[in-house]
Ligand binder design. Structure first.
Ligand code: HEM
Length: 519
């Protein structure tokens, strides 16, 4: 009898302790964080436990501002982030909101961002723990997610892999992969099917390019990895999710387990590619041509040559970097190209301008890294497209160590930050009355496109954590677009519906059908 009482007491004590732990981390800690922010004068929509403001975010009506192709509008903020657009009206460009039990500081004011970020080095920023857990199968401990000294080490090892000479070596593979897509388009047109679903085509080609660029598709298992990586992304993002909600993972258990399963399969496949590659490099001495033509080869060759312990990445870190390059690199670039084709379809004058530029600069010569670097107007077009349709539509941070904003306000340690890039790129106050017009020439003599704030244009992020793949992406963009423009002219299909929406990246929800014509 006494034993039973003791057991019951122990069970009740255990249960109470667990309940206290759950309440403490899901309720007490977030409330403390919220109060610390509120003391500093930040307000926002009132949250409810345990969903925070998620219910409101899901039900806020989208303002159908831009659905017909004939009156295509680039005024997209209230379409892609309707809840932020509404809250901005009530609380201004900096406010607090909650994802589940996680308070976030929302920022759409570039001058405020400048103020808080000027004294913070790349290595001192954190990434929200809540996203690190959620996106673990995609990025692991790759460069996008690591922090502190680890981030410095990863960034030092990875940056040289994107050097101009390494990028140059990748350009012929990009030309070849794009040409086979364009040959397919020519066949479709010849067979009387000029309407082509461009977004799907470009994403798949960019996926192939990034897989070859990252770990070399010609190697055993490359193609399987590519298919599984896409499957995992779709599994993670296809349904409603409850990020930040305590135990939210269990609300979409099947989906999360499937992503974990795929993640493990992908890790095992990438590991086998890396082991094969290391073996072949050991057998063949210094890296051969094939090794140099992809990022993994370059990273392995570098490590092979200097072999500095503590600086080089471990095998499991290399696996995470391969996944990071794939997820960070292929969709963002593919969508930049897709949105460009949409805007060029609507502004045929710019198709002609770019064709003329290609003729002047490249003529009958080779399209490669060196020649496309000279396409200045194409650069303006890319900048303008990424302003109107930033394919990375937000940037997130977590504060590590209090940040003093001014005399009487502090952003406390641990605060999650959500930077709304779409809002900043469409802010009339900083860009002027023509903010929603497609005007590539605004970038002619100004890297910031004439924006009144130097922090108002952030397609590749900011500070030390700015996108490490931006030059690769610029080169790929120019190669693919040049090849398309020299072979085809195009217009918008009447079947196109303009519904920009966010699924990690900013994409056309209903795809992008274009009517293609061979030149
Ligand atoms: C148009 C194409 C691209 C866009 C719009 C884009 C956008 C961005 C943005 C906004 C960030 C900053 C994220 C942050 O601060 O939290 C970033 C970081 C990053 N991007 Fe890109 N990216 C593009 C292409 C690529 C490519 C091609 C690669 C690699 C193959 C790549 C790899 C990365 C990595 C590894 C980081 C993390 C950098 C760090 O934290 O040190 N990106 N990108």
């Amino acid at each position: 009898m006494e034993n039973l009482e003791a057991l019951t007491f122990a069970m009740v004590a255990c249960f109470s302790f667990l309940l206290w732990r759950v309440l403490y981390s899901c309720w007490v800690l977030p409330i403390r964080a919220y109060r610390k922010l509120a003391i500093n004068g930040f307000s926002g929509p009132p949250p409810s436990f345990p969903f925070g403001n998620i219910a409101e975010m899901k039900k806020t009506k989208i303002i159908e501002s831009c659905s017909s192709s004939s009156t295509l509008s680039n005024d997209i903020h209230s379409r892609v982030f309707p809840y932020f657009a509404q809250w901005q009206k009530a609380y201004g460009k900096v406010f607090m909101y909650w994802l589940g039990a996680e308070p976030f500081l929302y920022i759409a004011d570039p001058e405020f961002l400048k103020k808080i970020s000027s004294g913070v080095m790349g290595k001192s920023w954190g990434k929200p723990n809540v996203f690190k857990n959620d996106r673990k199968p995609m990025f692991g401990d790759g460069l996008v997610m690591v922090e502190g000294d680890d981030w410095v080490r990863h960034r030092h090892v990875i940056t040289p892999a994107f050097s101009p000479s390494n990028l140059k070596a990748m350009s012929s593979m990009m030309v070849e992969t794009t040409r086979s897509m364009l040959d397919r388009w020519t066949d479709l047109i010849t067979n009387g099917k000029p309407e082509i679903e461009i977004e799907r085509e470009i994403i798949s080609t960019a996926g192939e390019i990034i897989a070859k660029t990252s770990f070399g598709m010609s190697f055993k298992n490359g193609r399987t990895v590519f298919k599984k990586l896409r499957e995992m992304q779709e599994t993670l993002f296809k349904t409603n999710r409850y990020v930040g909600v305590p135990f939210g993972k269990y609300m979409c258990l099947g989906q999360n387990l499937e992503a974990e399963r795929l993640g493990k399969e992908i890790d095992a496949l990438l590991l086998s590619i890396i082991v094969d590659r290391k073996r072949s490099m050991a057998e063949n001495g210094a890296a051969g041509d094939q090794e140099q033509q992809n990022l993994l080869g370059v990273l392995l060759a570098d490590r092979h040559v200097d072999g500095q312990k503590g600086r080089a990445l471990s095998t499991s870190e290399l696996v995470d970097e391969c996944k990071t390059f794939f997820f960070g690199g292929h969709e963002t670039t593919a969508l930049a190209i897709s949105w460009s084709l949409l805007l060029l379809a609507v502004h045929p004058m710019w198709q002609d301008e770019l064709r003329e530029e290609i003729k002047q600069v490249i003529g009958d010569g080779e399209i490669d890294a060196t020649t496309v670097a000279r396409l200045k107007k194409m650069e303006w077009v890319m900048n303008e497209v990424l302003r109107l349709y930033p394919t990375a539509p937000n940037v997130q941070r977590q504060v590590r160590g209090d940040i003093r904003v001014d005399q009487d306000s502090v952003i406390p340690d641990g605060t999650n930050i959500w930077i709304d890039v779409v809002a900043m790129h469409h802010d009339r106050e900083f860009w002027g009355e023509d903010v929603n017009e497609f005007k590539p020439e605004r970038f002619k003599d100004d890297l910031h496109g004439g924006c009144l704030s130097k922090m108002g244009y952030l397609p590749f992020g900011f500070g030390g954590r700015m996108c490490v793949g931006r030059n690769l992406s610029r080169m790929e963009y120019k190669i693919v677009l040049s090849l398309i423009l020299t072979r085809f002219s195009f217009s918008l299909s009447p079947n196109y519906t303009h519904l920009p929406s966010v699924m990690l990246s900013l994409r056309p929800k209903e795809g992008l059908p274009l009517i293609m014509k061979t030149l």
